[in-house]
Design a protein around this ligand. Structure first.
Ligand code: 7RM
Length: 651
């Protein structure tokens, strides 16, 4: 290797050239059409964040110190006090917007509720009084285990109102996952529902909450929202119906100012191994970060926009871009309970038209599923209300980006590909839609106020090419630690590279300085000494017209160390054979990345937030029994893949 070359962790193979500047029409009414925010933040990022905090958030007391940074611990806006629920509700009602719709909610069976800011304030205040009546005090942890119903947001905001940190657990997780999180957080209360709707049926939640109570010792009360109408067991004294507790309770519950660094919530992430980590987010910095990013990344025009983020509240995306960011900005949203294919594969597009959704934010996995179902589904609907599209959760393959742009956006909507993590609290890398020329598959640049760099194995900065994505400056929404595990916090995020935050993603910088996310570094494949990203091989597969979705893993190989194994979902009605797809990858990005095997499959193992679980695919490819599948959306797919692998081992 030549002296001037970097010892980069990951090779960069793909070469996407298409560019999409913002249209004149979009620029005419955008919040930011130029580079002014970037320039301001580059001058002094602390002063930049301080300006956002004072302009976008209501404070009861001014802070005295913008940032106190003792690596790896940050305090933002120390000395300041504020209430998150006041910022999300009261201030909009006081400004005369009580009649404005906060949520157009739609249940999977088709039932609808319209909830104004005044309605939400009243219900949150009542429920905050209920929680107090159950003995919940500032600092007590509250578990929330619910379907996608408005009461999930009410519960979160009621906790915030009284300073009781919440910990939301996905409704799809098992009683054991719930119990582990209850134990770790030593939670006092669970807020749940009898059940919710999914795929046309009621799925029960209460039995898992009951089991979790049996396995743990800290829960004193269980509050149950009636949603599914399914029969439930009842522990008198411990269990309470939400509607009975709420009956006749006062709507007067003044929001109490909290210290800027007061714990707002814990959100558990499973990580790669071991017990889940309770990621800690606090009050002032987090609210500043999500309000700012929701406003500028989505170019929010709160008078006219109808925002729809399709995430579940059990995911950080639901916290930041259904509850806290959008409500803090006082905007109107859509919230939907169910799956995208009930009763038909066009349910989401029907909802877009029904409420005139203008900004639509979803995950690449959903987009690839829409591709699989075909353009006929969205084409049944008008969709002309849409003006901006977003993605989050995984790298978006250029072809999926193009499909989203052309078929959903009709070529008229900018796309914001937003990179961030549970740990970052809010969006970190993304276009500003009125200012940034986008490239399909690139998250483009760090937002104003965010500092990111790529480094190689020796922590040298990589100016162009592949490397490890690190953050070099603290930001307001950053995690404040792992609940009761400071060593793991230091070890996981701050020890791989000195003075840098590293949370495990690879990326490359192209000649124009655009960032391209390459997937988790744990998934990087090593083929004959070449370090190849899963993302680039997957994107090469998805660029074949027959392919909707692909997942690749490196499986142990006697000659090359690892070999590329690919699992591919075809587009509706399309056909392709293994040889063609292998050659297609070789033609797109080179022979070194050519998969040894390509398996056509109807589905892939994914988490509930839609991320492909490559660890399981690696187990399948290497013939191992698969490990923990409790966080999987649909565990049956693994059996299917395993029997396929067994069959192919015979041939
Ligand atoms: C918001 C969220 C975090 C991980 C992250 C990445 C991946 C998320 C993108 C992305 C490429 C994106 N939080 N990721 N967004 N990769 N491009 N736009 O997803 O904690 O659940 O996951 O998700 O690997 O580290 S998360």
């Amino acid at each position: 290797m030549a002296e001037h070359e970097h010892t980069t962790g990951i090779e960069a193979l793909a070469n996407e050239q298409r560019t999409f500047p913002p249209t004149e029409q979009f620029k005419a009414s955008t919040l930011v059409a130029g580079t002014q925010l970037y320039e301001e933040a580059a001058q002094n990022d602390e002063a930049f964040w301080a300006r956002q905090a004072s302009e976008l958030v209501h404070w009861d007391t001014e802070w005295h110190t913008t940032l106190d940074w003792q690596l790896p611990y940050a305090k933002w806006f120390d000395g300041g006090t504020l209430n998150v629920s006041y910022n999300c509700l009261d201030r909009h009602v006081l400004a005369g917007n009580g009649d404005k719709v906060a949520f157009h909610w739609e249940g999977e069976p088709g039932d609808k509720r319209t909830i104004t800011y005044q309605d939400l304030l009243d219900e949150v205040s009542q429920f905050a009084n209920v929680l107090k009546g159950l003995g919940v005090e500032k600092g007590d942890r509250v578990m929330i285990y619910m379907p996608m119903i408005p009461e999930a947001a009410v519960a979160m905001l009621a906790c915030a109102r009284i300073g009781a940190p919440h910990s939301v657990v996905f409704g799809g997780f098992s009683s054991q996952s719930l119990a582990d999180r209850i134990d770790d957080a030593e939670a006092k209360i669970i807020i749940t529902a009898d059940g919710g709707y999914r795929r046309g049926e009621v799925f029960a939640l209460k039995p898992a909450a009951d089991e979790a109570c049996e396995k743990t010792s800290s829960i004193e009360h269980v509050v149950v929202v009636k949603r599914g109408g399914n029969d439930v067991e009842w522990a008198d004294g411990r269990d309470h119906w939400y509607h009975e507790l709420m009956d006749g309770v006062s709507t007067d519950c003044p929001a109490e100012p909290m210290e800027a660094e007061h714990l707002l919530f814990l959100l558990y992430t499973s990580g790669t191994t071991g017990k889940p980590k309770g990621i800690m987010h606090t009050t002032g910095g987090y609210l500043t970060h999500v309000t700012y990013t929701h406003k500028y990344v989505f170019d929010l025009q709160p008078e006219n926009d109808v925002f729809w983020c399709t995430a579940d509240v059990g995911w950080i995306t639901g916290h930041s871009y259904i509850v806290y960011g959008p409500l803090s900005n006082g905007c109107t949203q859509v919230m939907y309970e169910g799956v995208p294919n009930h009763p038909g594969n066009d349910r989401l597009w029907e909802i877009v038209d029904e409420y005139g959704v203008t900004i639509f934010y979803t995950a690449p996995t959903a987009i690839r599923t829409f591709m699989k179902w075909g353009a006929d589904e969205p084409d049944k609907h008008d969709l002309s209300s849409l003006r901006l599209l977003g993605t989050v959760g995984e790298p978006i393959n250029p072809e999926a980006w193009m499909w989203y742009h052309d078929v959903i956006g009709k070529g008229n909507c900018p796309i914001v590909d937003t990179w961030w993590q549970t740990e970052t609290g809010g969006i970190m890398i993304s276009p500003l839609p009125g200012a940034t020329t986008t490239k399909p598959g690139s998250a483009t640049f760090p937002l104003p106020g965010v500092s990111a760099e790529l480094v190689d194995d020796e922590a040298n900065v990589v100016p162009v090419g592949g490397g490890y994505l690190t953050l070099t400056r603290p930001w307001p929404g950053m995690l404040r630690g792992i609940w009761r595990d400071p060593e793991r916090y230091q070890e996981t995020y701050w020890s791989r590279f000195p003075d840098r935050y590293f949370a495990g993603d690879g990326a490359k910088l192209d000649d124009d300085g655009y960032l391209w996310l390459l997937g988790r570094v744990d998934d990087v494949m090593n083929v004959s000494g070449h370090r190849i990203s899963t993302t680039e091989v997957e994107s090469a597969l998805v660029s074949h017209p027959s392919v909707a979705e692909a997942a690749v893993v490196g499986a142990t190989d006697a000659t090359t160390g690892q070999a590329v194994f690919a699992y591919v979902i075809l587009r509706g009605g399309a056909d392709a054979d293994e040889q063609t797809l292998r050659n297609h990858v070789a033609g797109e990005i080179g022979a070194i990345a050519k998969p040894k095997r390509v398996f056509i499959t109807p589905d892939l193992p994914k988490t509930r937030s839609g991320k492909i679980m490559r660890r399981l695919l690696r187990d399948v490819a290497e013939g191992r029994n698969i490990g923990d599948t409790t966080t999987l959306a649909d565990a049956s797919i693994v059996d299917e893949l395993q029997s396929k692998a067994a069959a192919s081992a015979d041939d």
